[in-house]
Write a protein that binds this ligand. Structure first.
Ligand code: FAD
Length: 471
């Protein structure tokens, strides 16, 4: 990029917010696990929708590629520019305001760069709940959450990011602003444009604001950690828990023995809360609108029923907020703990819930046939049929060699997922990691439709090229 164009971009956001020096750019150019790195002439940090619009209009006029970025917690490399050094990064981090909150109407309107944790805390301060929740909530932004259609632990009861969004403000690839911060539940006035941008991973426009749904804040949470012999038992427990608690069952997370083992080993202050080791664990949570007696009663009904039916081997119910935090720490520490065990093949998959146990049995046989010493780290949102089916390298194996061999193996696992009627990307998206997989598994009709939407909205292909679609 020539200096004159750099100066034009810089003048839109101000010199202080146009980062050209490599030391300043570094946090925006590396994905948190170091898996993807890129180069850029400029990281721009606009402070308003008008600044985003002016930046995008100039990029369109000069055919400059743009990579939108929120909290840089994405797991498929969508937020990282390529190695060409020609793509500019637009970080929404400065646009982090809560615009308005309406506790009566149960809606909140926020800037796209608002951090998820801040939105949750603001809702809580008004006695409301914003239920989207991910382990990355301290850094991930609402714009990123919507662009990836994030799932997380609350999806079981409240739905994914798409279900929580009422409207959007979006800067289109030509610089126009689509102002559709709808707060109506019912609004059937033509195509649902909002849903074009949710899950588009920044390839169709830049989300600058969002109107979101709020829910009544639960009066009490009851959380337990139970041990089981198999995923089949976990599925039976899920059905029992749903029949006892209905929508009040707000989390049902599966953890493998290996997942617990490495979390206890690598995360400070973590321990197995049970007196022995078991093959599988479930972290489940009930949210009561009535109070702790009601919530605890529901949880007791689930756990007692689980023991009576022979599904549970052991279990504990959190007796305090601190204990609840400890139990959640066991679940939320798994991803980070895997980093300490060497290379890991990630598969963010979903299959129809009822088929999960059969899928897991077949998948395990497939993995161990390929690499008998591999360690399967399967964990996640069992209630949504969504597992992080990760495969950790054998101890002492060469990391690069394992990952290279794994890249040849992973398509076999994805073939199995698809044979079970599942998805090869349940919640993390496509980014730059899975563009080839998308071509393999998505129907040609769907691919052609996506290409034509892209060509209509972004004829100059400036918005996050190389992500989702291969151009
Ligand atoms: P980024 O990483 O910055 O960007 C992600 C994508 O969105 C990129 O393609 C980017 O170009 C685009 N984008 C970002 N902001 C905008 C915008 N304003 N407009 C247009 N496009 C934009 N994900 C889940 O779904 N469920 C989980 O349970 C989960 N757990 C996680 C746990 C950990 C420890 C970590 C590190 C990640 C986890 N993630 C999870 C993945 C990640 O946190 C989510 O994908 C999150 O929604 C990304 O938000 P972000 O602001 O960091 O976006």
């Amino acid at each position: 990029m020539d200096e004159a164009l750099k100066a034009k971009f810089t003048s839109i956001v101000g010199a202080k917010h146009a980062l050209g020096a490599s030391a300043d750019q570094e946090p925006f150019l590396t994905e948190w696990r170091g898996r993807w790195t890129g180069k850029t002439p400029l990281v721009l940090r606009p402070g308003s929708t008008n600044e985003v619009a002016a930046t995008v209009a100039l990029a369109n006029e000069t055919k400059t590629a743009i990579v939108p970025q929120g909290g840089n917690t994405g797991l498929v490399g969508g937020q990282i520019p390529d190695e060409s050094g020609s793509q500019i990064v637009i970080s929404l981090g400065r646009m982090d305001k809560i615009r308005t909150i309406d506790p009566e109407g149960m809606t909140i309107i926020v800037d796209a760069g608002a951090v998820l944790q801040t939105v949750q805390d603001t809702a809580a301060a008004h006695d409301c709940l914003f239920p989207l929740s991910l382990a990355s909530k301290g850094s991930a932004t609402i714009g990123g959450n919507l662009s990836t259609n994030a799932g997380g632990v609350g999806a079981l009861s409240y739905g994914v990011a798409r279900d929580l969004c009422l409207g959007l403000e979006v800067v289109l690839p030509n610089g126009d602003v689509l102002d559709d911060l709808n707060i109506l539940k019912k609004n059937n006035t033509g195509y649902d444009l909002r849903n074009l941008f949710i899950g588009a991973e920044g390839t169709l426009g830049i989300i600058t604001g969002a109107s979101l749904k709020l829910f009544p804040k639960p009066k009490a949470l009851s959380t337990s950690f139970v041990a089981l012999n198999s995923p089949t038992d976990a599925l039976a427990l899920l059905r029992k828990a749903q029949s006892v608690a209905g929508e009040a069952l707000t989390a049902f997370e599966l953890i493998s023995s290996f997942g617990l083992e490495i979390t206890v080993k690598h995360q400070t202050g973590m321990r197995n809360p049970l007196s022995a080791d078991y093959p599988w664990y479930v972290l489940l949570e009930v949210s009561s609108l009535e109070g702790s007696d009601h919530g605890d009663g529901l949880m007791a009904g689930i756990v007692e029923g689980g023991f009576t039916d022979g599904l549970l081997q052991d279990g504990t119910i959190a007796a305090s907020e601190a204990q609840r935090g400890q139990l959640w720490g066991l679940r939320e520490g798994i991803s980070e703990s895997q980093r300490h065990e060497g290379g890991s093949l990630k598969h963010d998959i979903s299959v129809p819930v009822a088929k999960l146990p059969a899928f897991m049995e077949e998948a395990e046989a497939l993995v161990l046939d390929w690499e008998p010493a591999a360690r399967i780290c399967a964990f996640g949102h069992l209630g949504d049929g969504n597992l992080h089916y990760n495969i950790t390298q054998p101890p002492g194996d060469d990391k690069a060699g394992f990952l290279a061999r794994g890249n040849v193996f992973s398509p076999k696992l994805h073939d199995l997922v698809v044979a079970y009627g599942g998805s090869i990307s349940a919640e993390h998206g496509i980014g730059q990691m899975k563009t080839r997989d998308l071509l393999t598994y998505k129907s040609p009709v769907a691919m052609a439709l996506m290409q034509s939407i892209k060509a209509t909205l972004d004829p100059n292909l400036i918005m996050n090229p190389g992500k989702v679609l291969s151009r």
